[in-house]
Design a protein around this ligand. Sequence first.
Ligand code: SF4
Length: 374
Amino acid sequence: MDSRPISLYIHVPFCPSKCYYCNFLSFVSSLDIRQQYVQALIHEIENKKYLLRTYQVHTLYSGGGCPTLLTIEDWKHITDVLQTVVPFSSSLEWTMEVNPATVDETYLLALFHLGVNRLSFGIQSFDSQVRLLSGRKGDIEDATHLISCAVAMGFKTIGIDLIMGLPGQTLSLFQQDLDRALSFSPQHLSLYFLSLEPRTVLYRRKNILSFPSENHVISFYHYACRALKAKKYIHYEVSNWAQQGNMCRHNMNYWKQGEYMGLGLGAHSFLNGKRFHNTTHIQKYLAGYMRGVPQAFPRSTEDQYAEYLLLSLRTKPGIRYAVVSQRFGESYRALLQQKVEHSLYRRYLHQGKQGFSLTEEGFLLLDAIILDLL
Ligand code: SF4
């Protein structure tokens, strides 16, 4: 029997300090906790091997937090155990998120030899004042030196992440950020809109810091769309651009609703049509609370359909009517086609006989368009 493809995500919830805009499941930790965490990850892999036995891993994504706070030996140990449980594809895409403040050249070279082939550098801004106001630690000149080293080492894909809308950011500063990112000719760029989340330092300081207005931030996005199109980057998802052949296969699998397993604190999985996730409580995770049969969340057809619309419309290929018929039935397809015909947002859609997708302007109205089509 052929193995089914699966994507694996490994969450490492540790950071050297908490950035002011961040509400991810991450925190500052001791070396002792990190060592316990690696042991807990190993136990989780061994306990879930029965779920993985019919699969082959096509993509592996190490995210966080800062996965680069684990040692190279830790990563070797984790992936050695993983490969005793589930085979890796010979064309495995292995992404590592890199906070430059946590690595040096030796570490990056060791990742390369371990088989990591995509690095995603969390830069957010190259401007020292914007970084200071955002609580992003680390010397930016060291970070740029590390990106140059990674390029020279020959990683297949170098990605750079920037945020639009940080305090103190202006269009001209953002243009400088993007120009500087492009000076490395990265194969991949992620440009995220700042989302002010409760329980972050920026949220608490929102009335005393100066943020660019919404219209101003939209002008950053328009500038980026134009500049990246001129450089032949493909805008393949709301926040992601890639050179030909360098789209993130791991994230594409999420958006196409392919199967994946998340390992580590709070990690989510989608297997055999069922969704489940691990505890978000670190002491429970370290104590092995995640073992045993995962509890799946029941989901109605309406929920699954809404999720399909939301995930597909984030991407350049968009919605295929044939997929809607096949997954949800002819009645869903007919209703969707009717809604598209009468949508208030038709000018934000690229329409064809086979389906439709959002324009760049439409990506900015994603939530409203989904509501209109449901
Ligand atoms: S390094 Fe990343 S995960 Fe950690 S606090 Fe900063 S943004 Fe959040």
